[in-house]
Design a binder for this molecule. Structure first.
Ligand code: COA
Length: 234
């Protein structure tokens, strides 16, 4: 199985029939990982498909294989590529990478001035985002739109987010800024993640201990941590 076995495209209205299967897989995968997730309904996912704001992937035999959609916040100043899911039988073939690249391209076409961001606990997504030019940032650099943060209420870590007054949580925030983007920093981080996956585990362990510290940490703490790793693990 390789990436040439799949078709990755902007979803069309007739693909709404897959909304239920997509939501079921999102919920199942979140349960299996024991991590949090912002819950989506089939109606919501179908709406994204109708609006031309999603990317869907199929195996060439027609089986649904993956999905991701665009959300906008702060009146279009911020875009998030959310709900990334790859069907378990098609994982590790480069499909998430292809879907994320396609949805990134669609986001840049539709919202060329928007900052694109994501919150994730996963190494796969951190790698892909770094390749695309996202950089780790503090939560204060993300949208402050209340509706975005309401999505975290259904996450198992929501109490931590509340306790940290929305300044931090278990997810790593990553941002692509079309104006101020410094590809060199993101690229360096991407290279390090590819060369030394253990780096990520250390990064997450230290980040999580920072998150769970009783005192509010230094605002620039995560950024410094990330920069420290890019230097130490060359
Ligand atoms: C995370 C997920 C989308 C990855 O899909 P995928 O198609 O298997 O990913 P890819 O094959 O494109 O892999 C992308 C990179 O991540 C790595 N990767 C993939 N799954 C990984 C995992 N579970 N742990 C660590 N690295 C992983 C790959 O090795 C690859 O790195 P490389 O470029 O250095 O080879 C998929 O496992 C999934 O749907 N999980 C459940 C939902 C989820 O976690 N969504 C993300 C929410 S933020």
């Amino acid at each position: 199985m390789n990436i040439n076995d799949f078709i990755v495209q902007v979803a069309l209205p007739e693909h709404r029939v897959f909304a239920e299967e997509i939501c079921e897989e999102m919920a199942e995968s979140a349960k299996a990982r024991g991590t949090g997730i912002a819950k989506r309904s089939p109606e919501y996912v179908a709406g994204k498909i109708s609006d031309g704001k999603s990317v869907i992937a199929f195996h060439k035999d027609g089986t649904w294989a993956g999905f991701c959609y665009i959300e906008t916040w702060s009146h279009g100043q911020f875009v998030a590529n959310s709900g990334l899911i790859v069907s378990p039988k098609f994982r590790k073939a480069g499909l998430a990478n292809a879907i994320k690249h396609k949805i990134f391209e669609l986001s840049r076409q539709k919202y060329p001035k928007a900052k694109i961001f994501g919150l994730t606990t996963g190494l796969a997504v951190m790698k892909i985002n770094s390749d695309l030019g996202y950089e780790p940032v503090t939560y204060s650099e993300l949208t402050q739109d209340e509706d975005f943060w309401k999505g975290c209420q259904s996450c198992v870590n929501f109490e931590i987010l509340k306790m940290k007054e929305r300044k931090n949580c278990m997810c790593t925030a990553m941002l692509y800024d079309p104006v101020e983007q410094k590809h060199d920093v993101a690229k360096k981080f991407a290279e390090e993640l590819h060369k030394k996956p253990k780096l990520y585990e250390r990064f997450m362990r230290i980040k999580q201990s920072l998150v769970l510290k009783p005192k509010p940490e230094n605002k620039g703490g995560l950024k410094s941590l990330f920069l420290m790793f890019t230097v130490l693990f060359k």
